[in-house]
Structure formats: structure tokens, C-alpha cells
Design a protein around this ligand. Sequence first.
Ligand SMILES: CNc1nc2c(CC[C@H]3O[C@@H](OC)[C@H](O)[C@@H]3OC)c3nc(N)[nH]c(=O)c3cc2[nH]1
Length: 374
Amino acid sequence: MSEQFEFTLKATDGNARLGAIVMPRGEIRTPAFMPVGTAGTVKAMYLDQVRDLGADIILGNTYHLMLRPGAERVARLGGLHSLIRWQYPILTDSGGFQVMSLAALRQIDEKKGVTFKSHIDGSVHHMSPERSIEIQGLLGSDIQMQLDECVRLPAERAEIEKSTDMSLRWAERCRIAFGDQPGKAMFGIVQGGDLPDLRIRSARGLADLDLKGYAVGGLAVGEPQEVMLAMLETTLPELPTTKPRYLMGVGTPDDILKSVARGIDMFDCVMPTRAGRHGLAFTRRGKVNLRNARHAEDLRPLDEESNCPAARDYSRAYLHHLVRANESLAGMLLTWNNLHYYQDLMQGIRAAIAEGRFTDFMAETQESWARGDI
Ligand SMILES: CNc1nc2c(CC[C@H]3O[C@@H](OC)[C@H](O)[C@@H]3OC)c3nc(N)[nH]c(=O)c3cc2[nH]1
């Protein structure tokens, strides 16, 4: 395996970027959608299916994996890649976000980091910036995220400023803890809430650390889409064009199109997998809720023109039955359909940027959704 992490910008179309990250475990074509594999599995999917759909990289999550099976245990078992049988790149989040959204009894101390009780068994855990990087190393993560604090919106300026400045200092500690690991990368995470001056301060502070990549955090936390997009327009010009930009937790297909148009290279979101488990299908003609009784005797497939068997070969009537019966196969087929739809969208985005027709592609895609599900 080569010891490199090389991002190449191949083409631009407006602010939309076509690129690739070459790493020892494989190449990541950007704009990329990264399926979420929080606890070492992309729920309801076999990982060779995930790969066949076009995923170049999947996500793992430090918070979940440190609690179960445990970071040291994963290391003793040979690391995440061999344990879950995924030989390609893995990006792991640092755990801060899940601590704030899942754990009980959370305390944040700038020096010590976060102290929290496991939502699984109530055990108490401490995670400093250094420990988060150590855990991600034990997991064998290829792209590691700094420990940060993601401020929920709406929030007071004072709270956002204090948290953003602390996350910036934690980025420096994580960079030191990460050290020099050829072929791996540590990304900083831009915070700043919905305040442009703090977004700029955070982005410039991280840019000064000369990291291998930059995530835009603190978004997709309930703010309106226009606020998210405005923060991208404020933040992205402050980040180096030669490094990948990753918008955390985003998003719907429409979010992705509009964020690519503003210069984002990487996305992750539980939407396609979680929605699939709840009976919701993403299609070229918009979303279809298979729980709805109108599908009960509809023998049409989700999309007769799709090359995904889950979209092409099963009737809506059968999918409706499976969803209503809460059968495992419902989540399996709809997750398969949804991840196929997302990766097909990303492939269409990459081709459109390469051919200088991204604006038309975006408009045609949005019009197709608007025509609705005939
Ligand atoms: C949904 N919106 C959203 N998610 C977010 C996540 C979790 C993504 C992580 O959460 C898991 O998916 C639920 C995935 O494992 C992913 O890993 C990177 C964030 N993580 C960090 N460290 N900092 C942020 O500012 C942040 C913002 C987010 N906004």
C-alpha cells in the first residue's frame, strides 16, 4: 500500500468541484456520498452490496464503537477493516456529536474533554481530544475527525463563540496527537453556528493548521436549508481549494445538489438508510412512502428504468405489504434502493461537472422530483 493521501481537483463548474482522494486503501471519487456505518455495519446491507452500489468509503462512529465492542477490543481483533470485512477507506467521526445527542450525564471540560455515561449500560467514560484520536487510531480509521463541540441551533452568540474557540484549540491538540501518519488524514471541523464572523474565525484558524481536509460542522442540526447554505457561502471561501471539504450529516438529495454547487466534496447522512428502514423510498420522481395504503394494489415497481433490482423487480404492493408487516426484507430492499439512488445521483453529479453541465443537471433533477411520482 502506498503511504499517501493525495487530493486532486480534476475539474470545476462554477463552484462545483470534481476531484479524487487517493489513499492506500483506495480512491475516493468526489463529490462523494459516504454511507453511514455507525456501529461497524451499514444497517440492512451487506458491505459488498454497498461497494457494488459505488461507495468508495464508509463511515464508522467513535462513540458507538468505543462503547461496544470497545476500541482496544477492535484493535485486538485486527482493526475495523478486517473485522467488518471492508478493505476500502473508512472515515470515523470523533464522537463529540453523539455524546451530545445520545449520552447521558455529559460534562465538557476544555482540558479533560467530555465526560459522559454510556446510553447502553450507564458506564462513565472520559474522552479528551487526545483520547478521541487514540480511539480512531485503534479502530484503524483512515480519515479521523477532530474532537469538537457541535452547538445546537438556535443558540446565543456567547455560547457559540465559547464553543467555537474551544473546538479550534481542540483541533490543535488533535493535530499534535495525530502526529504524522502517512496514508491517513485528520480533518478539522469548522464550527461557528449561524454567525458569519465566527464561521470565518473558525475556518481561518483551521486553515492555519494546514490540515489534510476540512469538515463543515455545526450544520444539519435543525436550521433551515437557507441558513445552512448561507453558512457554506461564508465558510468555503476561507478554506484552501486544494483540500477536500466535507459537510457533516448532509443530507437530502436537494441539500447535496445545492451544497455541491457551493463547493462541497464529501457528504454523509443517515437519510437513505434510516428512511429505508422506515418505509421511505427515494426515486427519480421524488419520495414514495410505501406505508401509504395507496400502494396496496399497485403492481408497478418503484422505477422500471432503474438498474437496481430493489427498484425495478418488486411491486409497490409487495413493498407496501412488507412495510406494513414490519418484515426485515422491507428495510433491506428500501435501503438498497435508497443507497443506489444516492450513489446514482453522485455519479450523475460527477459526470455533469466533468462535462460542464452541472447547473442543467441540477435543474433537470429537481424538475424530475417536482413532477412527482406518476
Ligand atoms: C445529521 N446532522 C449532523 N450530523 C453531524 C455530525 C455527526 C456525523 C456522524 O454521525 C453519524 O451519523 C448520525 C455518522 O457516523 C457521522 O460520522 C461522521 C457532526 N459530527 C461532528 N463531530 N461535528 C459536527 O459539527 C457534526 C454536525 C452534524 N450534523
